[in-house]
Design a protein around this ligand. Structure first.
Ligand code: NAD
Ligand code: UFG
Length: 339
């Protein structure tokens, strides 16, 4: 049974990936400092899979604490989700972002080297392509992130490339996620950010359930058919399965490789609202506001490389994303800790 360490495993994408890993016979250990998640998700993972991952409440910045995790168990691979992820917050607190995301990754990599754990899947982001990206973006598109958050992702990609150059055993998959959304089909797990959400889907679902008074639609004057921004929404369970495929195929096309994980299709904010209203039977109250600084009009993936090299393809469309999100939101209006 492969032993996998999942950093950030109580977070949104990490927790859903734990389900896919356990269901595929992996033995999962989670490390998380719970700065943006709840340990209650571990019981939900058990409810769904019958197994609770081994959990260490450890900060990646705590090198000693992390060392104890590596001493306790050997890992065949590490999936590294832990990090801060809010673009706007990274602009007001860049040092926190560089420190948490980069120093945390350095601690992790040092311990991996010390313990001969040499297989790593890293959560990168489409944000590495930046504002000027012309969609569909391929992995060869120019890299020019427009925020400190995005720059932490690109810097970590570069650090991992340097480690792979220096250590022939090191194998890395850099997964550039587009817009993760949706929830586990059971309705037991979903996205539950602390505080007011930043991303579109949790704002839509919280507005629909009355937890937020309304959704602010950031701009209706973009050069798109309905004037609102277009993004590539990918179901979190498709994303979770992408990590399994990445582990399966890691190292086949070189020591380190980057992959776009997206549907390859763009949807506007208004299309997503309409799909959500259709799935939930609820009205989503919204108002148009000014554009959000740093947002681009259109961003969607060319996922051909992941389709071909990882034998992976996102299968669930926005209807499923909305149905699953609503099932989760309706059953858990206050998230994990409120239910
Ligand atoms: P999340 O905030 O739900 O999960 C991240 C987890 O990491 C949280 O549980 C948090 O408590 C933990 N964490 C943060 N810093 C830590 C530290 N120093 N030590 C230990 N744990 C720490 O976010 P998510 O949406 O699940 O994202 C997972 C990864 O995917 C992140 O690296 C994020 O940057 C990346 N990503 C997310 C998106 C998105 O839109 N959700 C898009 C592209 C990339
Ligand atoms: N939007 C709104 N109202 C909101 C939130 C978002 O109208 O309350 C709009 C945005 O303007 C954008 C779209 O919805 O057009 C999607 O916005 P998100 O904030 O959900 O996602 P982004 O595309 O801005 O960014 C996300 C993640 C980043 C990641 C990036 C990769 O937040 O971490 O996808 O594409 F890097």
């Amino acid at each position: 049974m492969p032993s996998i360490l999942v950093t950030g495993g109580t977070g949104y994408i990490g927790s859903h990936t734990c389900i896919a890993l356990i269901e595929n016979g992996c033995d999962v250990t989670v490390v998380d400092n719970l700065s943006n998640s709840s340990a209650a998700v571990l019981d939900r993972i058990k409810k769904i899979t019958g197994k609770k991952p081994l959990f260490h409440k450890v900060d990646l910045l705590d090198a000693k604490g992390l060392a104890a995790v590596f001493k306790a168990r050997a890992f065949d691979a590490v999936i590294h989700f832990a990090g801060f992820k809010a673009v706007s917050e990274s602009m007001s607190a860049p040092l926190d972002y560089y420190h948490n995301n980069i120093a945390g990754t350095l601690n992790l990599c040092r311990l991996m080297q010390a313990h001969d754990a040499s297989t790593l899947v890293f959560s990168s982001s489409a944000t590495v392509y930046g504002d000027a990206a012309v969609s569909p973006v391929t992995e060869a598109s120019p890299l020019a992130p427009a925020s400190p958050y995005g720059r932490t992702k690109l810097m970590i990609e570069m650090i991992l490339r340097d480690i792979a150059m220096s250590n022939p055993a090191f194998r890395v998959s850099l997964l550039r996620y587009f817009n993760p959304a949706g929830a586990h089909e059971s309705g037991l797990m979903g996205e539950d950010p602390r505080g007011t959400p930043n991303n579109l889907m949790p704002c839509i679902s919280q507005a629909a359930v009355g937890r937020l008074p309304r959704l602010n639609v950031f701009g209706n004057d973009y050069p798109t058919p309905d004037g609102t921004g277009i993004r590539d929404y990918i179901h979190v369970m498709d994303l979770a399965e992408g990590h399994l495929k990445a582990l399966e195929h890691i190292g086949r096309t070189g020591a380190i490789a980057a992959y776009n994980l997206g549907m390859g299709q763009g949807h506007s904010v208004l299309e997503l609202i309409a799909a959500f209203e259709n799935a939930s039977g609820r009205k989503v109250p919204y108002v148009f506001t000014r554009r959000r600084p740093g947002d681009v009009a259109v961003l969607y993936a060319d996922p051909a490389k992941a389709n071909a090299e990882l034998a992976w393809k996102a299968a669930r469309g926005i209807e499923t994303i909305c149905t699953d999100t609503w099932r989760w939101q309706k059953g858990n209006p206050e998230g994990y800790e409120g239910s």
